[in-house]
Design a protein around this ligand. Structure first.
Ligand SMILES: NC(=O)c1ccc[n+]([C@@H]2O[C@H](COP(=O)([O-])OP(=O)(O)OC[C@H]3O[C@@H](n4cnc5c(N)ncnc54)[C@H](OP(=O)(O)O)[C@@H]3O)[C@@H](O)[C@H]2O)c1
Length: 259
């Protein structure tokens, strides 16, 4: 399917690895010009080069912490007028809620709620003026279903979701959409770290914990960044102009809900 976004400019935050990279790869396949991001410069450069050589896309690498004002300035300097913004960031570390002090809670809210809102504020005016914009936020299944040790992640991302539910309707008349993709258990470095944490808690091997978790998913396996990225690219496409303010679970059926 031609997604109709060849030549569009996209900022994909936190995209040197994992789900962000999956989104960047799929947008490059669709012909977008990319700005990709991560904190570790060598990893980011290697990803940029891999995407360029595989797809021929223009890829600018911005090594920066997206949660900071300087990091956001650097991203926007590299692409002042994006047509597409994919908001992504690291998630808070797994921790029992009793162990979270005030600073940890503020950091989590900045990371997963304030940062995407700030970036949307910075780019939405231009998108509205050009009558085209696609904003996708990578949130989490934890918005729908609690995950042990990730209460801060759930709370901050649910806050983002509710905040943008109104904003998405406000800007819809100007051809700008905002949607959220909720990853379930996608096979990335972060998932593997969570499996290690779960194995330690249960006193079993990481292999046994991975197998236990995969068996709980109706599809019977973890998801992968490629299938996640393809949904993101579709939501950024010309075909998705009638989809806004929605939450798309990519979870292999893990959350047993009818709606
Ligand atoms: N994988 C899953 O199953 C799953 C499930 C639910 C929710 N999520 C959420 O989805 C998001 C992506 O997860 P993932 O599995 O793709 O994680 P990942 O494999 O750990 O990759 C994270 C990416 O974000 C970058 N990054 C992290 N913090 C950053 C920062 N402050 N500024 C800029 N870049 C940053 C990392 O690069 P550097 O480390 O070099 O900065 C890396 O490229 C996370 O918020 C995660 O909590 C994932």
């Amino acid at each position: 399917m031609d997604l109709g976004i060849s030549g569009k400019k996209a900022i994909v935050c936190a995209s040197s690895r994992g789900l962000g990279r999956g989104c960047a790869e799929a947008l490059a396949d669709a012909g977008c010009e990319l700005v990709i991001n991560g904190r570790d410069g060598p990893t980011l450069e290697a990803t940029a080069e891999a995407i360029r050589s595989r797809t021929g896309a223009s890829v600018t690498a911005v090594a920066a912490d997206v949660s900071t004002a300087e990091g956001q300035r650097a991203l926007l300097a590299a692409c002042p007028d994006p047509d597409i913004l994919v908001n992504n960031n690291g998630g808070p570390p797994r921790r029992d809620f009793t162990e979270l002090d005030r600073q940890a809670m503020i950091d989590g809210v900045v990371q997963n709620m304030v940062t995407p809102i700030e970036l949307i504020q910075a780019v939405v005016g231009g998108m509205q003026a050009r009558h085209f914009g696609r904003i996708v936020n990578i949130t989490s299944l934890s918005v729908m279903m609690p995950i042990p040790g990730l209460d801060l992640s759930s709370g901050a991302r649910a806050g983002l979701t509710s905040f943008l539910a109104g904003v998405s309707r406000q800007i819809a008349p100007d051809g700008v959409t905002i949607n959220n993709i909720l990853p379930g258990k996608m096979d990335t470095d972060r998932l593997r770290a969570g499996i290690k944490w779960g194995a330690e808690q249960a006193g079993i091997s990481p292999e046994d914990e991975a197998s236990r978790q995969a068996q709980q998913i109706p599809v019977g396996r973890f998801g992968n960044p490629e299938e996640f990225g393809n949904l993101c690219a579709f939501l950024c496409s010309q075909h998705a102009g009638y989809l806004t303010g929605q939450n798309f679970m990519v979870d292999g059926g893990l959350v047993p809900t009818a709606f």
